[in-house]
Design a protein around this ligand. Structure first.
Ligand code: ADP
Ligand code: MG
Length: 618
């Protein structure tokens, strides 16, 4: 791959176009920019209001969507229609989250498969990508309103532990919101950048980023050298944060006034009000010694001493995670040179004191902890825009590289703007029993359907030994060497057979063509993602029909006549839905068939029905 000038790398046509940094948080999200005059990173906010936008989406009865503070008000009164913590669901299947399913007060579809999770509101289905895109759209609108200029490009942050699927989901959400996502950056990396770490090329440092947010805790150990951030280890607790502090305070107050928790559940308004009071008390106690509030004429008091006794057990848990992260990185506290504090909950003085004592050095807390990640994202955006000449630019891939999967979809292995050299691999499986070959078609581009991208190469992996569908494990790996040559290899892991091909990527692509491809991907984002959702729904539906049929053939004798008839009717309804261009209808019929088959499948197999698609199908 040739050296790419920075304007092409970012796809930016006009130099003056602004690239924003976005912190898409579990609890709060926000946008930051490098101020063109002061060259300082600043969080965007409307006059007299907070820069933070609660990551909450509310749907009203006629389908209107609101995001942010206004939506947050519906959390207790309309839990079914108010989605919080969508970030926890990004790139996940129901199987991934089922242990925590009770956490979600809205309807998360239990489809018993490993396909991507869905949320139901009324008779509409939303993916976590849809939900995050609503938040991003709101952020985009706000930014445009404040800056009085279109905002089309962004750097978005994700937790360091996010896997490939979660990162891709975040990219898709951006695209769906009409944002060209130039890069996905790790949150701890962004926070470090906001403290100026990593901007000096000569600098070598080992640092820890402690991030205690609303509902999650992350500790990351990073090594910075030559301006490159390497994640040495991550640890944390995905269900530990400021919300838990609020809950402890509520519990304490209830105990004090002799109210039991069951009563609280019955009175939603009161539950909401007391929870908000608890948060108010917590924030007040960051800089005062006592909180005295009133709720429904009752006095609510909290001293700093009691507050700290409530917080201490939570802080102890985070410290255990810090020890784990150090151990995994093969380091001790002495090796950590800098500690960066991130997340609103690190404002609690007890937290800072404890962490400082644990690492035996002062912590960095001068940058606003709720804004620090977005500010760092803005700094990264500015570097990508080519405004920061001192920072090293590496060779990068100008377009995403991937292969064709079921239904003509593009499955990206190496995303655009990735560093070269690079490698990536993913596992796929077969669709038919006894399938002996698999066609691997390699494409380049940003569109969701391969037909809209550029085909680079195609080859067949042949000689797969006869196995039932879903059993073979075909690993497709992409390797781009320093000269930009892409080697694609497919290997069936059970039998060891393999095949590979060399591709000289985009040798004949002009700058104009490249720009057009990037622009098209944004212009067509909506229809592309809708098509993808439809193809995915259809694939899931077809798969379910096939598996149900197999299952019934095998177990017919163990089904009642009524079960047989109900199943046949549900299958017919699904079959019909598959012929229509309506993903929601397909999901409804898939749900209906699952609901019918689940009881007898569980009865017969005592484990999950074999609906699960193990890996995607080429
Ligand atoms: P996330 O990264 O999960 O989106 P944030 O970093 O925005 O979350 O942190 C939100 C949490 O920070 C909330 O629980 C909020 O109550 C808490 N918080 C904000 N300010 C303070 C403060 N002064 N003292 C204690 N907690 C605070
Ligand atoms: Mg955060």
């Amino acid at each position: 791959m040739a050296k790419i000038a920075i304007n092409i790398a970012t796809g930016s046509l006009q130099k003056e176009e602004i690239i924003v940094g976005i912190d898409l948080g579990t609890t709060n999200s926000l946008v930051a920019i490098i101020h063109p005059d002061t060259r300082q990173a600043v969080a965007l906010k409307e006059h007299n209001s907070s820069s933070l936008v609660p990551s909450v989406v509310h749907f009203d009865a006629v389908g209107n969507i609101t995001v942010g503070e206004e939506a947050k008000n519906f959390l207790i009164t309309e839990p079914q229609n108010t989605i919080f913590s969508a970030k926890r669901l990004m790139g996940k299947s129901y199987d991934d989250i089922k242990e925590n399913a009770s956490f979600f007060s809205y309807k998360v579809i239990d489809d018993n498969t490993q396909s991507m999770i869905k949320i139901q509101v009324g008779n509409k289905f939303y993916s976590p990508v849809d939900l995050s895109s609503f938040i991003l759209k709101e952020l985009k609108h706000r930014a445009e309103h404040i800056l009085k200029t279109p905002v089309n490009k962004a750097v978005i942050t994700v937790p360091a532990y996010f896997n490939d699927a979660q990162r891709q989901a975040t990219r898709d959400a951006g695209k769906l919101a009409g944002i060209d996502v130039l890069r996905i950056v790790n949150e701890p990396t962004a926070a470090s950048l906001a403290y100026g770490l990593g901007l000096n090329k000569e600098e070598e440092k080992t640092i820890a980023v402690y991030d205690l947010g609303g509902g999650t805790f992350d500790i990351s150990v990073l090594k910075i050298s030559n301006g490159i951030f390497e994640v040495l280890s991550t640890n944390g607790d995905t269900y530990l944060g400021g919300d838990d502090i609020d809950n402890s305070i509520v519990k304490y107050w209830l105990q004090q006034s002799g109210i039991n928790e069951e009563e609280l559940k019955l009175n939603k308004e009161f539950a909401q009000a007391i929870r908000l009071k608890a948060e108010e008390a917590k924030i007040h106690l960051s800089s005062n010694d006592i909180f005295e509030g009133v709720l429904n004429a009752d006095q609510l008091t909290l001293t700093k001493k009691v507050f700290e006794s409530l917080v201490q057990p939570l802080v102890d848990k985070t410290i255990a995670c810090c020890s784990g992260a150090l151990k995994d990185a093969g380091l001790t506290t002495k090796d950590i040179e800098v500690i960066v504090m991130v997340g609103g909950s690190t404002r609690v003085p007890l937290v800072k004191e404890n962490i400082s004592r644990f690492f035996d050095k002062p912590v960095n807390d001068t940058v606003n902890p709720d804004e620090v990640v977005a500010l760092g994202a803005a700094i990264q955006a500015d570097i990508l825009a080519g405004n920061n000449k001192d920072v090293l630019l590496l060779d990068i891939t100008p377009l995403s590289l991937g292969i064709e999967t079921m239904g003509g979809l593009m499955d990206v292995l190496i995303t655009r703007n990735s560093k070269i050299p690079n490698k990536a691999a993913r596992q796929y499986t077969t669709h038919k029993d006894g399938q002996s070959g698999m066609k691997i078609s390699v494409y380049q581009g940003e569109r969701d359907m391969v037909k809209d991208n550029r085909k680079l190469a195609e080859f067949n992996l042949t000689g797969i030994p006869g196995m039932p569908a879903g059993l073979p494990k075909v690993e497709v790996s992409f390797l781009i060497n320093a000269d930009g040559i892409l080697v694609v290899k497919a290997k069936e892991l059970r039998s060891g057979i393999e095949q590979s091909i060399e591709v000289k990527a985009q040798q004949d692509l002009t700058d104009q063509e490249l720009e057009k491809m990037l622009r098209d991907s944004i212009t067509h984002a909506k229809e592309d993602i809708a098509t993808r959702a439809l193809v995915e729904a259809r694939t899931e539906g077809e798969q379910l029909l096939e598996n149900t049929e197999k299952f019934i053939q095998k177990n017919a004798s163990q089904l009642t006549k009524e079960e047989m008839m109900q199943t046949a009717a549900a299958m017919q309804a699904l079959q019909l839905a598959l012929t229509m261009e309506d993903k929601d209808l397909i999901h409804i019929k898939v749900e209906a068939l699952n609901d019918i088959s689940r009881p007898y499948a569980e009865r017969i197999m005592d484990t999950a029905i074999g609906h699960a698609m193990k890996g995607k199908i080429v």
